[in-house]
Design a protein around this ligand. Structure first.
Ligand code: UDP
Ligand code: MG
Length: 196
């Protein structure tokens, strides 16, 4: 009799356990489905693709008075400018920015060029902004840069090619952090050069 009671109690506990597990699985499934629908909605609205990219109007772009025309292109396109800074790049930052090209024959010339005068740093934001801006900038070499692109319209053969733009999400994140260090105001101050 006692054994039977224990058995019934055990079965009841087991059934309760099963029901609890089923309820947990059911709620997990519902939460998963809701999250999926929510994410799909956000994707549709473009929130997921919202990106930021770093643009640098290089020293030759500044010297040739192209700042306004270049910024106008981005504004006319409808891209949002979220940060802007006018400063001369330090040698250290230029070397860090182009560290992946450090073995190349043109590296020293590139560093001299990038530090030869003030540049304009811009952060642009928008859906797919990284690829859009790269397309607006055009190919690295003047000979390959299609007319209608910034380099296609303004650059001639050589290292000087008017403008830089991040080429991937990782690069954009690193470059924005490099040139707009949120809390490192000392670093920013040492870069600032006032126009004559
Ligand atoms: N560069 C150069 N010679 C080359 C390739 C690049 O002088 O054969 C310079 C040029 O100023 C270029 C920069 O190095 O913009 C960085 O090169 P990258 O290949 O990253 O081109 P980008 O991303 O600027 O189009
Ligand atoms: Mg590059």
């Amino acid at each position: 009799m006692v054994n039977k009671l224990f058995l019934i109690d055990g079965v009841r506990k087991f059934l309760l356990y099963l029901i609890a597990r089923m309820l947990i699985s059911f709620f997990t499934l519902i939460v998963g489905l809701l999250r999926h629908q929510y994410n799909k909605g956000i994707k549709k609205k473009g929130v997921y693709q919202m990106e930021r990219t770093l643009v640098i109007i290089k020293p030759d772009g500044v010297r040739r008075h192209l700042i306004g025309r270049i910024i106008q292109r981005f504004e006319e396109k409808g891209l949002a400018i979220t940060e802007m800074k006018f400063a001369t790049m330090t040698k250290e930052l230029a070397q860090e920015h182009y560290h992946h090209l450090s073995g190349r024959s043109f590296f020293d010339e590139l560093i001299d060029y990038m530090t030869s005068g003030p540049v304009v740093y811009l952060v642009l934001a928008g859906e797919d902004v990284i690829d859009i801006v790269r397309k607006m900038v055009g190919a690295t070499k003047a000979v390959d840069a299609v007319p209608g692109t910034i380099r296609g319209d303004y650059a001639l053969p050589g290292t000087e090619n008017i403008i830089h733009a991040s080429d991937s999400r990782d690069a954009a994140t690193n470059e924005i952090n490099r040139f707009f260090p949120l809390f490192d105001t000392k670093k920013q101050k040492s870069e600032i050069v006032h126009p004559e």
